[in-house]
Write a protein that binds this ligand. Structure first.
Ligand SMILES: [Zn+2]
Ligand SMILES: [Zn+2]
Length: 212
């Protein structure tokens, strides 16, 4: 199988919180981390490689000590009608996550990959804010190691790695990495409320990292 293997090795520690009201650990789902990227449709293998490289390069500066063992890019796959919404206008994010879960579960089990991140340029949606089919940029479930990111709504493609990091943190950490409790406009984990300004977001703030 044609895969790109990029190695990133840094020291591994838990990121500890000393929250004022109660102590909360920012707990990764696994002690080290190997990440699979799954490009879809018009996202080329080379484009996914470049994004994986940028994302891998940025992770240490975003999260401090994180042990990323390997980042691999899978061959491009096509989304199918099975992942479409009921009006065939968008792909349902949760259906893509289910699909990814099926294609990656053997690799996760046998080859010890920890997180899979899907990349699509198509519009994706889920049920949110009392709207049945709400367009979103990405979806992951807290601590579930499975994320999907859509570039469809991102104006500047240079910011895509930030969205990948946002969804990765939701999926990789069991606790704490929900949306930025400080609502810091420079924090990648801030809730965009439908209109995220990625340009200003360059870090993950100390509150999100449990250092404040
Ligand atoms: Zn989020
Ligand atoms: Zn934050």
């Amino acid at each position: 199988m044609k895969t790109l293997k990029l190695l990133f090795v840094t020291a591994c520690v838990f990121l500890l919180s000393c929250n004022k009201s109660n102590e909360v650990e920012v707990m990764p789902c696994c002690p080290t981390c190997s990440i699979l990227f799954q490009p879809y449709d018009s996202v080329s293998y080379q484009e996914a490689q470049r994004l994986a490289q940028t994302f891998g390069d940025q992770l240490s500066s975003l999260l401090g000590d994180i042990n990323v063992r390997e980042v691999s890019v899978l061959p491009v796959k096509l989304l199918t009608n099975q992942q479409l919404n009921s009006t065939n206008t968008r792909y349902r994010a949760e259906k893509i996550l289910k699909y990814q879960n099926d294609i990656a579960k053997d690799m996760i089990k046998d080859e010890h990959f920890d997180v899979i991140i899907g990349l699509t340029s198509k519009d994706i949606s889920t049920s949110l804010h009392n709207i049945d089919d709400y367009g979103i940029q990405g979806l992951s479930y807290i601590g579930k190691n499975n994320c999907v990111v859509s570039t469809f709504r991102i104006k500047n493609k240079k910011d895509v790695w930030k969205l990948v990091a946002h969804e990765f943190c939701h999926g990789y950490f069991y606790t704490q990495m929900r949306h930025c409790p400080a609502d810091d406009p420079t924090c990648i984990m801030r809730d965009g409320h439908g209109k995220p300004n990625w340009k200003k977001r360059t870090k993950i703030c100390n509150k999100c990292l449990g250092r404040q």
